[in-house]
Write a protein that binds this ligand. Structure first.
Ligand code: F6R
Length: 247
């Protein structure tokens, strides 16, 4: 595992965007695994800026997102499809047909999970997976206690996760109770992992994820066993690791 530090959120975003952009420049047909949430917003903004300057071309890239809420159509302002369109897809030249998310409205969600796993396999797997880190150690929507051996599946969202996401909805009750997420096994099959973390509120869990025991209580801890993980974090998020590991 490599840890790359940045002074602040903007620096973290630029460094992570640099790694993604190097991936796309070196391998224009890359399959990128993408994430939503607050942390990657600066990464997407930076990539859009470099695309605008002609530095990156996404025309041959495919993408697969980690997760999507169940019961929200792609047009819903809080769906992850909408987030990706607003914050990234609409601003770069990725082929809309190559920008994939699970369909949370699929009539048969189990079938949708199988379709999504089949799609990732048909694309040849994920070359670089961008991840955020939940306050409880979740990655994607794989909550504590989740089986490490799952591919894409339907999850019941923990109340802590629903509360954390409630800020994006008009009321907490509107936050969906289920989501489709790539499982830990599917994430671990990505060739490279790029995890971004920012802010003091992530410092303890970042430490536990990468320096604590590998166990399902901290889903991200499994990443310690992945052969190619890069963590890009700002100083606030690295605080506990610095204190306890003399980084
Ligand atoms: C989003 C996702 C989640 C987030 C995590 C951190 O697609 O899979 O695991 O990465 O909840 O979210 P933020 O970045 O908002 O702290």
């Amino acid at each position: 595992m490599k840890i790359i530090s940045a002074p602040d959120y903007a620096g973290m975003s630029r460094k992570a965007a640099n790694l993604l952009s190097a991936q796309v420049i070196l391998f224009p047909r890359s399959v990128l695994g993408l994430a939503t949430g607050s942390t990657p917003l600066g990464v997407y903004q930076q990539l859009i800026e470099w695309y605008g300057k002609g530095d990156i071309d996404f025309s041959q890239v495919s993408s697969v997102n980690l997760d999507e809420y169940c019961g929200l159509p792609g047009s819903h302002p809080q769906s992850y499809r909408k987030y990706m369109e607003e914050h990234f897809f609409a601003h770069v030249n990725i082929d809309p047909a190559a920008a994939h998310l699970p369909d949370g409205m699929a009539p048969d969600l189990e079938e949708e999970c199988r379709r999504y796993d089949g799609l990732i396999a048909a694309l040849g797997g994920i070359d670089m997976q961008l991840l955020g880190l939940g306050h409880n150690g979740h990655i994607g929507f794989n909550e504590p206690g989740e089986d490490f051996n799952k591919t894409t599946h339907v999850v019941e969202l923990e109340s802590k996760t629903r509360q954390a996401n409630a800020r994006f909805f008009d009321s907490p009750d509107e936050v969906p109770r289920q989501a489709v997420t790539m499982g830990i096994k599917a994430i671990m099959q990505a060739k490279k992992i790029l995890l971004v973390a920012s802010g003091e509120s992530k410092a303890e869990i970042l430490y536990r994820a990468f320096f604590g025991p590998v166990y399902p209580a901290v889903p991200a801890s499994i990443l310690q066993l992945h052969p190619d993980v890069t963590v890009v974090a700002d100083e606030a998020a690295l605080q506990v690791i610095r204190e306890r590991e003399a980084l």
